[in-house]
Design a protein around this ligand. Structure first.
Ligand code: ADP
Ligand code: MG
Length: 692
C-alpha cells in the first residue's frame, strides 16, 4: 500500500470519501498537512480515573463505578437519574434528553465510565449529561490528554482525533514540513521546534500542564501562535507589495477646490485633520494605489478630511466613490457632501439598493459618462452593472463592518480596471497599533487623535433598570427644557423582528408615561424613506424622544440631542456603546448618557460599564474591550477572517508581535523562499481570497 505523504488530499485517508472531504474543506482541511494545522481548541484530562469519594464540585473528571439505582423522575423536568458508586462514594448522573435505548442500557448493575463536570445539587454531587460508556472488561484509560478540535456539522471529535492521529503518523517519515523560523528567534524566545510542537499540542502527555494548555500559553502553543502570526503578517505584506506594483493615477493639483471649500467652513480644521490630509495627499501623488486606514474617534471629523482630499481628485479630472455600511449613514454622507460641494458646482450622485429603477438607470448612465464627480452609496456601488468613467479614489466608511473578504473583493474590483483606485478606509473603531499592524499590515495607518475644540464630554452614569421610573422622569424634564433624547433598545443575538417588537413595546410604554413628549420610533424594519423621514423630523425638532434599536449607531447628527438612555447596556460591546454615546454631545449643550442595566450586574460587567463611565478615549475603551472580550469584538465580528486564527490570539499573544515583525524582516532579507510555504501552511484555504 502506498504510504501517505503530507501533500496528499484528505481523501487519501482511509474512510474519507467525497462527502466527508467536503465537510473537512469547510474547516480548511484540504491536505494531510492541513489536518496537522487544524489545532485543538481545548483539552480534557481523561488519563486518570478519580475515586468518586474524592470529588469536589465544579471539576472535570473521569469516574468509574456501578449503577446502583436508575430511575426516570418527573420532578421539575423529566429526567433520567442514575446513581453510580465505586466503593469510595457515589454520584448522580442526570440526563434531560435520553431515548429508550439509553434508558435500557443504563440499568442497575451496569459498570460505566464517564466523563463530565461535577456540580453540587440538592441531593449531593451530580453530573449533567456526562459522556459515558459502559464497560465490560477493564479498559485502558486515555494515554494522553484528550484534544477537542474546532468542528462543524457532521464531523465528530472522534473522527477528527482519528484523522490527526494518522496525520501525525505521516509526520514520522515525511520530512517535507520544514522548520522556517530562524534559530536566532527560536532561541531568544525559548520556543521549541515545529515538529515536536505539533505532536505536543495534538497529543499532550498525561503530565502536561493542563492549565497552561487551556490558557494557550504552553511553549509549544506559543511557538505555533508565533508562526501563525508571522504567516498572517507575511500574507498581508505580500498583498501590499502586490498593490505597490500596480499602476494608479498620480493626483497632483493646486488644491483650488479644496481651498475654496475649506474657506467656506464655519470652523478651522484641527491640526490632526490637517496632518492626515497631508498624509493622504502624499499617498495620492504616488503612481501606485494607496491603501490607508484613517482611524478617528466619533466626531473627530474624518468625513470632512475625506471630502477635502476628494476635491483634489475631482479637480484633477477623476471620479470619487464613497461607500458606507448602512443606507442611513450613506444618506447622511450624501447630504453632507451635497452641502459642502454644491457651491463648487460639483455633481454628487446617490446609489443605494432601494432607489427607483428609472432614477438608478440615470445615475448609472451619469457615472459611466463621467457627469457625476462623486458617487455616494452603500455596497450597491460595487455591483456588476456599476461602471465608473474614471474612478481614481475610493473612500470606505466604517470598514470593519465590511470584513476582510469584502476588502479583498474591493481590491479585486480595482484589479479589473486598468488604473487602480486609491483607497481610503475610515473607521471610528479604535484599533490598538499592535493589532493594526497585524490585522491591517496591508494598509498604511493614520490617526486623527484630536477632537474639534468646544465639545464637552458626555457625562455617563451606570444605573439599574429598577430605577427606570427615575429615568423616565428625567426624560420628561429634559424634553420640557427643550432638549432631545435618544432611547436605545438593545437586544442582541435575537432576530430583527424581536428587536423591533421590543422597541415598539418600549415606545408604547414611554408614550403612556410621557403624554407631553413627542415620541418617534425607528428600527431596522422600517422602509428607508420612513427612517429618513423620522430622522429628519427628529433633526428638525418635531420629535423630542427617539426610541430606536441600535440602527442609530452610525446614524445622523442631531446637535440638539443631549440625553441618551441605553437599555440593557451590559449586553453590548464597549466599542459599540462608545459609538452609540457619540450620537450625543455633538452640540454645545452639556450631554448625558445613562447606561441602564438589568440587575443584578456581575463583577465583570460592572467593570466594563465603569470603563465607559470613566473614559471618553476610544483607545482606552478599546483596550479594555480587547482585554475582556478579545479582538474579534473590537474588529466588529468574530468572522472577519483576519482574526479567525487557528491558534494565535492577538490579545493574549500581543507580546509576541514585535518579534513577529522582526522575524518577517529577517525572512524577507535572508530567507525569502520561506515566505510562501509559511503562508500556505497557515492560510491554506484562505489563499483562494488572495488571488481572486
Ligand atoms: P466623524 O466622521 O469622524 O465621526 P464627521 O466628519 O462626521 O466626524 O464630523 C462630525 C461633525 O463635526 C460634523 O458636523 C463636521 O462638520 C464637524 N467638524 C468636522 N471638523 C471640524 C472642526 N475642525 N471643527 C469643528 N467642527 C468640525
Ligand atoms: Mg463619520
Amino acid at each position: 500500500m502506498k504510504r501517505l505523504s503530507l501533500s496528499d488530499p484528505v481523501t487519501a485517508f482511509k474512510g474519507v470519501g467525497p462527502q466527508l472531504a467536503q465537510r473537512l474543506e469547510r474547516l480548511r482541511m484540504f491536505t494531510v498537512q492541513d489536518v496537522l494545522f487544524h489545532l485543538p481548541l481545548r483539552y480534557q484530562d481523561r488519563t486518570r480515573v478519580v475515586p468518586i469519594g474524592g470529588l469536589q464540585a465544579g471539576i472535570d473528571a473521569v469516574i468509574e463505578g456501578e449503577i446502583e439505582l436508575s430511575e426516570v423522575t418527573f420532578r421539575g423536568r423529566r429526567s433520567l437519574l442514575c446513581y453510580v458508586a465505586d466503593g469510595t462514594g457515589g454520584i448522580t448522573l442526570r440526563f434531560f434528553h435520553f431515548n429508550q435505548a439509553q434508558k435500557e442500557a443504563l440499568t442497575r448493575g451496569t459498570r460505566i465510565r464517564c466523563y463530565g463536570t461535577t456540580r453540587l445539587a440538592r441531593g449531593g454531587l451530580e453530573m449533567i449529561h456526562p459522556e459515558y460508556r459502559r464497560i465490560f472488561d477493564t479498559v485502558a484509560v486515555e494515554e494522553c490528554l484528550t484534544p477537542f478540535y474546532p468542528a462543524t456539522e457532521g464531523i465528530q471529535q472522534t473522527r477528527l482525533r482519528f484523522l490527526s492521529e494518522q496525520a501525525l503518523a505521516v509526520l514520522d517519515y515525511d520530512d517535507s514540513l520544514k522548520e522556517w523560523l530562524p534559530d536566532a528567534i527560536l532561541e531568544k524566545l525559548h520556543l521549541p521546534d515545529l515538529h515536536s510542537s505539533l505532536r505536543y499540542v495534538h497529543r499532550p502527555p498525561p503530565d502536561a500542564k493542563l492549565d497552561e494548555l487551556l490558557a494557550g500559553v504552553h511553549p509549544t502553543q506559543q511557538r505555533l501562535a508565533f508562526e501563525e502570526l508571522l504567516a498572517q503578517h507575511l500574507a498581508l505584506r505580500q498583498l501590499r507589495e502586490q498593490a505597490r506594483r500596480e499602476p494608479a493615477v498620480s493626483i497632483q493639483t493646486e488644491g483650488r477646490l479644496r481651498k475654496q471649500c475649506e474657506a467656506a467652513l464655519p470652523f478651522q480644521l484641527t491640526a490632526a485633520q490637517q496632518r492626515v490630509i497631508k498624509e493622504i495627499q502624499n499617498d495620492l501623488s504616488e503612481s501606485h494605489p494607496a491603501m490607508r486606514l484613517v482611524q478617528g474617534d466619533v466626531g473627530s471629523g474624518k468625513t470632512l478630511v475625506a471630502a477635502l482630499v476628494a476635491l483634489d481628485v475631482i479637480e484633477a479630472g477623476y471620479q470619487v466613490a464613497l461607500m458606507a455600511p448602512t443606507e442611513l449613514l450613506a444618506e447622511q454622507h450624501y447630504r453632507n457632501f451635497c452641502q459642502w460641494f454644491a457651491p463648487l458646482k460639483i455633481k454628487v450622485g446617490w446609489l443605494a439598493s432601494k432607489i427607483k429603477a428609472k432614477q438608478k438607470k440615470e445615475t448609472l448612465q451619469q457615472l459611466a459618462d463621467g457627469q457625476i464627480d462623486i458617487a455616494v452609496g452603500t455596497h450597491a456601488l460595487f455591483q456588476e452593472q456599476v461602471q465608473f468613467n474614471k474612478l481614481a479614489f475610493l473612500i470606505v466608511d466604517e470598514q470593519h463592518r465590511f470584513g476582510v473578504h469584502q476588502r479583498l473583493a474591493l481590491r479585486e474590483k480595482g484589479l479589473l480596471a486598468e488604473q487602480h483606485p486609491h483607497q481610503l478606509i475610515m473607521t471610528a473603531t479604535p484599533i490598538p497599533r499592535s493589532l493594526a499592524m497585524t490585522a491591517y499590515a496591508d494598509l498604511d495607518y493614520s490617526v486623527i487623535d484630536e477632537l474639534p475644540p468646544g465639545r464637552t464630554p458626555v457625562q455617563t452614569v451606570v444605573i439599574s433598570d429598577q430605577r427606570r421610573a427615575e429615568v423616565v422622569a428625567r426624560i420628561e424634564k429634559a424634553c420640557l427644557a427643550g432638549n432631545q433624547v435618544y432611547w436605545v433598545c438593545t437586544l442582541i443575538e435575537e432576530s430583527e423582528l424581536l428587536q423591533c417588537q421590543a422597541a415598539e413595546n418600549t415606545a408604547t410604554e414611554l408614550a403612556a408615561a410621557l403624554s407631553h413628549v413627542r415620541i418617534g420610533l425607528i428600527h431596522g424594519r422600517l422602509k428607508a424613506e420612513q427612517k429618513e423621514n423620522l430622522m429628519r423630523r427628529f433633526r428638525d425638532g418635531e420629535i423630542d424622544l427617539l426610541v430606536a434599536t441600535t440602527v442609530i449607531e452610525v446614524g445622523v447628527d442631531v446637535p440638539n440631542a443631549s440625553l441618551m438612555i441605553i437599555e440593557n447596556a451590559e449586553r453590548l460591546g464597549l466599542a459599540q456603546l462608545h459609538q452609540l454615546r457619540g450620537r450625543v454631545g455633538r452640540g454645545a449643550r452639556h450631554s448625558h448618557c445613562v447606561l441602564m442595566y438589568r440587575a443584578p450586574l456581575n463583577e465583570k460587567a460592572r467593570e466594563r460599564l465603569d470603563t465607559l463611565r470613566n473614559s471618553h478615549d476610544g483607545f482606552v475603551i478599546a483596550r479594555k474591550d480587547l482585554e475582556m472580550r478579545g479582538p474579534g469584538e473590537v474588529l466588529g465580528t468574530r468572522q472577519t477572517g483576519l482574526v479567525d486564527f487557528r491558534i494565535a490570539d492577538i490579545c493574549r499573544d500581543a507580546q509576541l508581535l514585535p518579534r513577529v515583525h522582526q522575524a518577517a524582516e529577517l525572512l524577507n532579507n535572508d530567507c525569502p523562499q520561506a515566505i510562501q510555504p509559511l503562508i500556505d501552511r497557515w492560510l491554506g484555504g484562505r489563499q483562494q481570497y488572495r488571488n481572486v
